[in-house]
Design a binder for this molecule. Sequence first.
Ligand SMILES: Cc1cc2nc3c(=O)[nH]c(=O)nc-3n(C[C@H](O)[C@H](O)[C@H](O)COP(=O)(O)O)c2cc1C
Length: 424
Amino acid sequence: MEGILFPRGVAEGREGLKEYRSRGGYEALKKILKGLSPDTVIQEISESGLRGRGGAGFPTGKKWAFTSECAEQPHYVVLNGGEDEPGSKKDRLLMENLPHLVTEGVILASYAVGAPRAYLYINAEYKGAIQSMTDALAEAKRAGYWGAHILSSDFSLEILLIPAPANYVAGEDTAALEVIENKQPLPRQKPPFPATYGLFGKPTTVNNVETLANVPPIMARGAKWYRTFGTPESPGTMIFSLDDQVNRPGIYELPFGTSLRFLIDECGGGAKGGEAIKAILPGGPSSAFLSPDKIDIPLDHNSVREAGSSIGCGVVHLITEGSCMVEETLKIADFFAAESCGQCPACRMETNMLAAMLKKVQQGQGGQPLLEQFSKVISFNKGKGFCNLINMPGPPIESALRLFRSDFEFHLANGRCPVRLTQT
Ligand SMILES: Cc1cc2nc3c(=O)[nH]c(=O)nc-3n(C[C@H](O)[C@H](O)[C@H](O)COP(=O)(O)O)c2cc1C
C-alpha cells in the first residue's frame, strides 16, 4: 500500500536532498513563495482536516490560525520531537530517514504562522535523528530553503536545534517551551495555551514531527487529494507502532479507518507465537484497554473513541492470554508514578497512590473496598494538574477493572496471579 509519508517504505534508509527533490521535495515551498499567502496555506491545511499526531488529535489548521491571528510578535514554531512514549519510534524514524520532508514541514508551518524562527526540539538520546536533521538543515540552507530571503522572497527563517531531555514529561508542549528557554522540563499551567502565549510569552505553534511531515504533501497536492486517504473526520494516514508482542514488530503507515485486525494480523503477523489476544491497548499507556472482540474496529479517532478508548500517537500494544491484568496495569501505574514530574501535588499524590493501591491488590490486600477506591481517586484528581499526565493512568486502570475484574478478584482472594497459579 502506498503511504503518504513513506513512499519508499520505512526500511530504505536516509533520503538525501537530491532524492527528496527528485520526488517533488521543496516544490510546495517554491509554490507558496511564488504567491500563496500565509492565510491561504492555513486555509488549505484546515480543509485537509489534518489533525495533530502528538496524541490529542487537535486540528492543525485551527492551531496555526490561533498563532497567526495574534498581533503580538514575534511568532515561533516548535517541532516536537521529544518522543519518549514507551514503544513509539515513529518520530525518530521520520527524522532519521526523511529529514528533508520534516524540514520542509517546519519551513511551511513557519511561513503560515508568520514565524521568523523555528526550533527543532529533539530527544537528546536520538543521536541518529539529530545527526540526520543537522545534515539536512545544512543541505537545505545551502540550497536556499531557509535563512535570509528564502528563494529570493521576503520570507526569512532561522532554524535552531535544541536537544530534549529524554523523559516523558519533557515532550509535553509547555515543558518543551521551558527547556528551550533554558529551564527545567516542567509543564506550565494552561490556559494560556502556547498558540497564543508560548515561547518567551509569544504566540507559538508546537506540532509533532509526524504532523509537520504531512504538510509538504498536502501543500504540494492539495487538501482534496489528501482527503482521498482516511475518513472524513480523520483524513490521511497515521503511523502505527507495534512492539514485540507481535511477530513482525515495527512501524506501519496506514490510512485512517484501516481495521485494527489488518494492523495486527496483516502488518504485524499476529500475536507472537500465535497466542490468543486477551486485551489490546490501542493508543499507548494512557489509552483504555479494549477486549479482543473489538479487533475489527477502524483505526480512526472517532471509531476508537466510540469503542471506549483513544488512538493516542498510534502505539498499539497487545496483551496475550496467560498475562495477568493486575500485573499489566501495575506496570502502567508504576510508569506514570515514575514519570510524574512532581510539581503538581495532586499528580504526585495520585500517580503514587494508584501504583501503591495496585501493589496492595497484587499482594491480596484491601478487599473489595479497595477496588471501589480507584475510580474515586481518579475522578477526584481529574484535571488538577498543569498537564494531562494526571489524567493518563485513569483509562487503563478503570478499563482493566471493568473488563478483567476476575483477575483483580483472584489476586484479592489468593494474593497471587491467576496465571501463575495455572502455570504451577
Ligand atoms: C506527559 C506528556 C508527554 C507528551 N509527549 C509528547 C511528545 O513526546 N511528542 C509530542 O509531539 N507530543 C507530546 N505530548 C503532546 C504535546 O503536549 C502537544 O499536544 C503536541 O506536541 C502537539 O502537537 P500536535 O498538535 O501536532 O499533535 C505530550 C503530552 C503530555 C501530557
